[in-house]
Design a protein around this ligand. Structure first.
Ligand code: PLP
Length: 478
């Protein structure tokens, strides 16, 4: 009878081999293309394989090599969307967490893991200036935002027993797409999201926020929450949190702060996040700007009892017999999930290995690099910034004489930059103006990588201009 358990010798050989591959992968990162030249055809050829009836044994190591050929490699030049870099120390934590395979649902199932998670949450809350907040790890910012709004709904317009009641939520028009998605799932409805205009810095306009809340009040609509951004996904704008907190308090609205992208920048620039500690709940993503491997989201809340009100509902078979407040603690009373992986271990190892100061420095470095990129763009006549650089996002575009075609040209340039594969950028759209976007949440990014962004964009612009000319010539000669 074949056994699923490898012998200690076999397992040691495999972990040595995987360990060596991992070390080579990280050591060789800088020499890699960020965007590998793969295609649907080549990934199907590599991975659309039949399920083997008989195992292939140690040849699975070759599969890892194969995977590494079709990656978006986490180099210092991987700068699209909001993508973290993945600290190798954190990756060791993930490996060990999978191996010890604790179900972090309650202290009685995973005593060490529950204690570690609660400690890491306390550390992180205090590191971003929210001493005393409680919370837990989630798969990411989207789940944290959904859970925060479920808490707001249960506190302001209870729905758990009888279903959702009509209510509205306020956020700026720059809010992340996970907020309308959450409202849809919660039965509040996407049309109940009031999108408030923004100021010149793309931050929520607080006067407009007050006006819309008051007009809803007069019309008898029940407001339950304001969602402020601590770093919008498109441009990194940080809403004036203290002012928004004041408005939320005076209208008895829940204040949720979406800091999934920018919240950890409070480690380096606390003044920018003044008012964060007045939130009722906060989303953070350690898999973004704390450089942790996916997945590693965080929901912080001011009051654990409010999380219980939203999420606690359990059957008799999970009851605990302990009276001890620690031993009877159950995460499943505070979240949507029941079975949960040991996400906190990677953050625990990473923070204890490097120390908080190293993270503060790396984040400050990314903030400085975004300013460097902005300066390089400003000094290039062929490029222009599309928005103020508030955190580590830089939105910009190539400009040329044919103003009418600029959106299309910038689309082409972005595609070419990514085809060239040295740097990976994403698309910007700032008030209808199309461009390119670099988001530096990456501990591997160097100043040379930042310079490479400009060099690659200019090279791509030249190549695509040559293509456009060749097409035009071909059109004429036909
Ligand atoms: C501001 C903001 N909120 C929420 C999210 C969603 O986070 P996740 O992708 O971890 O679900 C993102 C993702 O980029 C984000 O930038």
């Amino acid at each position: 009878m074949p056994s699923l358990e490898p012998s200690p010798e076999e397992f040691r050989r495999l972990t040595d081999r995987v360990g060596n591959l991992a070390v080579d992968f990280v050591a060789g990162l800088d020499a890699r293309r960020t965007v590998s030249p793969t295609s649907a055809h080549s990934t199907s050829a590599a991975f659309d394989l039949p399920l083997p009836e008989d195992g292939i044994g140690e040849a699975i190591i070759d599969d890892l090599e194969q995977i590494s050929q079709h990656l978006r490699a986490p180099t210092g030049r991987r700068l699209p969307y909001v993508v973290g870099s993945g600290d190798p120390i954190g990756a060791l934590g993930d490996f060990y967490a999978s191996l010890v395979n604790q179900n972090v649902t309650a202290w009685r199932s995973a005593p060490a893991a529950v204690a570690v998670e609660r400690t890491v949450i306390r550390w992180l809350a205090s590191a971003v200036g929210c001493e005393g907040f409680d919370g837990l790890f989630t798969s990411g910012g989207s789940l944290a935002n959904l859970m925060a709004l479920a808490m707001a709904r249960e506190l302001r317009a209870p729905a758990n027993e009888d279903g959702a009641q009509p209510c509205v939520v306020y956020a700026s028009e720059q809010i992340h797409m996970s907020i309308p998605r959450a409202l849809a799932l919660l039965g509040i409805g996407r049309s109940s999201l009031r999108l408030v205009p923004v100021d010149d810095h793309l931050r929520i306009d607080v006067d407009a926020l007050k006006t819309v809340i008051e007009s809803d009040r007069r019309a008898g609509r029940r407001g339950i929450a304001v969602v402020a951004s601590a770093g919008t996904v498109m441009t990194g704008a940080v809403d004036p949190l203290a002012q928004v907190a004041e408005i939320a308090r005076s209208h008895d609205l829940w204040l949720h702060v979406d800091g999934a992208y920018g919240g950890f920048a409070a480690l380096a620039e606390p003044a920018k996040f003044d008012g964060l500690a007045r939130a009722d709940s906060i989303s953070l993503d350690a898999h973004k700007w704390l450089y942790q491997p996916l997945d590693c989201g965080i929901l912080l809340y001011r009051d654990g009892e409010q999380a219980r009100r939203a999420f606690s509902y359990s059957a008799e078979y999970v009851n605990t017999s302990s009276e001890d407040p620690i031993e009877s603690f159950a995460f499943f009373d505070h979240t949507i999930e029941l079975s949960r992986r040991f996400r906190a271990l990677k953050v625990w190892l990473s923070l204890r290995y490097h120390g908080l100061a190293a993270f503060r420095e790396a984040i400050a470095g990314n903030l400085r690099q975004a300013q460097l990129l902005a300066q390089l763009i400003d000094s290039q006549p062929a490029l222009e910034l599309l928005a103020p650089v508030e955190l580590s996002v830089v939105c910009f575009r190539w400009i040329g004489p044919d103003r009418a075609a600029l959106n299309e040209r910038n689309d082409q340039i972005l595609k070419r930059v990514n085809q060239r594969g040295h740097v990976w950028l994403s698309n910007a759209n700032v008030r209808g103006v199309v461009g390119l976007r670099a988001c530096i949440t990456n501990h591997r990014t160097t100043d040379d990588d930042v310079r490479a962004v400009v060099e690659e964009v200019l090279a791509a612009a030249e190549e695509t201009a040559a293509d456009t000319q060749a097409h035009a010539d071909f059109g004429v000669s036909r």
